[in-house]
Design a protein around this ligand. Structure first.
Ligand code: BTN
Length: 325
């Protein structure tokens, strides 16, 4: 671990720490501590320096820790885990799992969790704002055969798994906006990004990326270009290591079920969380054409059904917005 990240961990509790004691613990001078603190002003997290008292983080956090995440996993899950990389600084956890190592074995998975993503990616070419230590940024890589992918709807099943993990942490009132946006009180709380790589014909490496907004710092929030929320707004302070464990277990369970039964194993759960069914929606597609009609749930490939002038058609892609009727 670099000195800078050790320094952040030392002040993660949000209390004041003098430059002298930090320097002593790290084996560096006070001036070197000051220099690192200056560098943090550019990358985050936000540090307050007060003469005579020292430095403290403006927002305390519990660092991600491999041991703490593993402790929340049952042994069947641990056996499937080929890697669990907890990193401080990464471009994107999805990109990391795409570029490293061999394809996971048939039943294996690789996981990466990061404190900070410099270039977090969202759907449809958007950025995913990923400040240090504030939220959860997690990716899981697994092997996927042609059959699994062609059956469609995996990303919807994944969204259900993440929603249920959040519910297990005590978050009530979550909903899903097709295909996989997790909403809380009308605004986006979490998002999912699936990436596929591999030779044509498979097997493919599927990387499932999950971002959950937990405690977005005000400064970072300025970079978000859609209505969003986080759990701190409603006074919830989730343990990220615990949540990561629940999401990893949920994703593995979901992949297994999906492999065996496809999307039909999740249809009822989808209906339970579906926020758009029966509402007037607009679907904006890649080439910017707009479909307006009433949402009628999903078909067996996970496509969105929209009724217009008495005719219902299915749509595989696009961005939905809910309109007042
Ligand atoms: C969306 O736009 O709704 C998808 C957001 C997905 C964000 C997560 S954070 C972990 C993983 N790494 C990324 O770069 N993106 C995903």
């Amino acid at each position: 671990m670099t000195t800078r990240f050790r320094l952040i961990d030392l002040i993660a509790d949000g209390c004041f720490h003098s430059g002298q004691s930090l320097g002593r613990q790290l084996g560096i001078s006070r001036a070197a501590v000051w220099k690192h603190m200056q560098a943090l002003a550019e990358t985050g997290p936000e540090v307050h320096a007060v003469r005579g008292r020292g430095y403290r983080l403006s927002q305390a956090f519990v660092p991600l820790a491999e041991e703490a995440i593993r402790a929340g996993l049952g042994s069947p899950v641990v056996q499937r885990l080929e890697r669990l990389d907890v990193v401080h600084d990464i471009d994107s956890t999805n990109e990391y799992l795409k570029r490293i190592g061999p394809m996971p074995g048939e039943n294996g998975v690789g996981v990466c969790v990061a404190e900070w993503q410099r270039a977090g990616r969202g759907r449809r070419g958007r950025a995913w704002v990923s400040p240090y230590g504030a939220n959860l940024y997690l990716s899981l890589a697994a092997q996927a055969g042609e059959a699994l992918l062609s059956s469609g709807g995996l990303s919807l099943a994944v969204a259900i798994a993440v929603t249920e993990a959040l519910q297990d942490c005590g978050v009530q009132g979550l909903g899903l906006k097709w295909p996989n946006d997790i909403f809380y009180q009308g605004r986006k709380l979490a998002g999912i990004l699936l990436d596929l790589s591999g030779e044509s014909g498979g097997p493919y490496k599927v990387v499932i990326g999950v971002g959950v907004n937990l405690k977005m710092p005000a400064g970072a929030a300025l970079g978000i270009d859609q209505p969003w929320t986080d759990l701190s707004e409603v006074g919830l302070d989730l343990d990220r290591n615990h949540l990561a464990g629940l999401i990893i277990s949920g994703l593995i369970r979901t992949m297994d079920l999906f492999n065996e039964y496809g999307l039909r194993a999740f249809t009822q759960d989808w209906q339970r969380f579906d926020l758009v069914s029966g509402r007037t929606v607009e679907l904006r597609q890649e080439h910017e054409s707009m479909i307006r009609g009433v949402a009628r749930g999903i078909d067996d490939r996970g496509a969105l059904l929209i009724e217009r002038n008495g005719v219902t058609r299915s749509y595989m892609a696009g961005e939905v917005s809910i309109r007042l009727p």
